[in-house]
Write a protein that binds this ligand. Structure first.
Ligand SMILES: Nc1ncnc2c1ncn2[C@@H]1O[C@H](COP(=O)(O)OP(=O)(O)OP(=O)(O)O)[C@@H](O)[C@H]1O
Ligand SMILES: [Mg+2]
Length: 327
């Protein structure tokens, strides 16, 4: 579990330039073994460039990175043996069946023959493709292809799994089942997950999130701490006399409340801690109360100045609908 041992990923002063463009500008962070670590940022922030350096596919222009204890430049082969990778763009062979794609990968990674059938079944059932394993991948839907890639990334039981925008185009149930499995997997196998996403609801699955903007990490913390840093909780109460409630809030708690959405509304640092005091000290009946926290959208906005919707220009419409449904 997170907390002990050598870092699974350790990055110091990492830079990558493409000509005049500095895509990654000297970033620093460490990911603990067993952690689910997310990179969140708008288009062009440098997320894929960072992942590609960590996976040894791109050479850093400056700085250093270690993955599973190995240096990404000097110990490339060791790094590659210890990682699984799901790319942002699909990399399956459409002429092969799902099973053949996985077998090919197992050969490349030296998965023992004796272990393969069970592992294959395990990963294919996880992504609900066991029944489709004999079909050519070119007949799969986009979401099925994505699921097969995730199964493939897990097949050789890597120590660190890199997922670059892993669930783009998947239906909500599949996304949920994949995240459930990933969480089980990291508990059972001490796997470390490093992912990038545009999706706030996926960022919530992470133990910690780095928010990246224009090549730099602008914030790094747990989702809870990031949200707490952004602003106050919003409290709404319903009473029989809103004007009296507003006056009482001003008098007893020095709070400026207004009526919004049909309820007396105000902001406090910690809503949950405030509510018991409110009931005890307001001095008038409260019919109902609700507390809402700042969302990760608010966090994202406050650090990048970009709304998540703008940053999600590439997401499909139904995905946005699915996100709305979860809020
Ligand atoms: N091979 C390349 N050659 C030149 N410029 C590149 C190359 N790869 C990335 N860049 C530039 O580096 C910057 C960061 O790109 P990157 O793909 O890392 O962003 P990202 O955060 O993954 O974005 P997205 O959310 O759109 O996937 C962008 O300005 C991009 O144009
Ligand atoms: Mg990318």
């Amino acid at each position: 579990m997170p907390g002990d041992g050598e870092a699974a990923v350790e990055v110091a002063g990492l830079v990558r330039r493409f000509g005049a463009v500095e895509a990654v500008r000297g970033i620093e962070f460490a990911v603990r073994p067993g952690e689910i670590f997310g990179f969140l940022g708008p288009n062009g922030a440098g997320k894929s460039t960072t992942i590609n350096m960590l996976c040894t596919l791109l050479r850093p222009s400056a700085g250093a990175a270690r993955v599973a204890g190995f240096d990404v430049v000097r110990e490339r082969d060791e790094v590659r043996r210890n990682i699984g990778l799901v790319f942002q763009d699909p990399t399956l062979d459409g002429y092969l069946t799902g099973e053949q794609n996985l077998r090919f990968h197992a050969e490349l990674y030296g998965v023992p023959r004796s272990a393969l059938p069970e592992r294959m079944r395990q990963v294919l059932e996880m992504v609900r493709l066991w029944d489709k394993r004999g079909d050519r991948v070119q007949t799969y839907s986009g979401g099925m292809k994505r699921r097969l890639e995730i199964a493939r990334g897990l097949l050789h039981s890597p120590r660190v799994l890199f997922l670059d925008e892993p669930t783009v185009g998947l239906d909500p149930q599949t996304r949920a089942s994949i995240w459930e499995y990933i969480r089980e997997l990291r508990a059972a196998e001490q796997i470390t997950i490093f992912m990038t996403t545009h999706y706030m609801d996926e960022a919530e699955y992470c133990d910690r999130i780095a928010i990246m903007d224009s090549g730099s990490i602008v914030a790094l913390d747990t989702p809870e701490a990031l949200k707490a840093g952004v602003g106050k909780d919003r409290v709404q109460i319903r009473t029989d006399d809103d004007q009296a409630a507003i006056a009482a809030l001003a008098e007893r708690f020095d709070l400026a409340a207004t009526v919004a959405e049909g309820a007396v509304t105000f902001s406090v640092e910690s809503g949950e801690a405030f509510v018991p005091r409110l009931f005890a000290e307001l001095g008038m009946p409260i019919r109902s109360v609700s507390v809402s926290r700042p969302s990760l959208d608010d966090v994202f906005m406050s650090f990048t100045g970009t709304t998540i919707r703008d940053a999600e220009g590439s997401a499909s419409d139904w995905m946005r609908m699915a996100m709305r449904g979860r809020r």
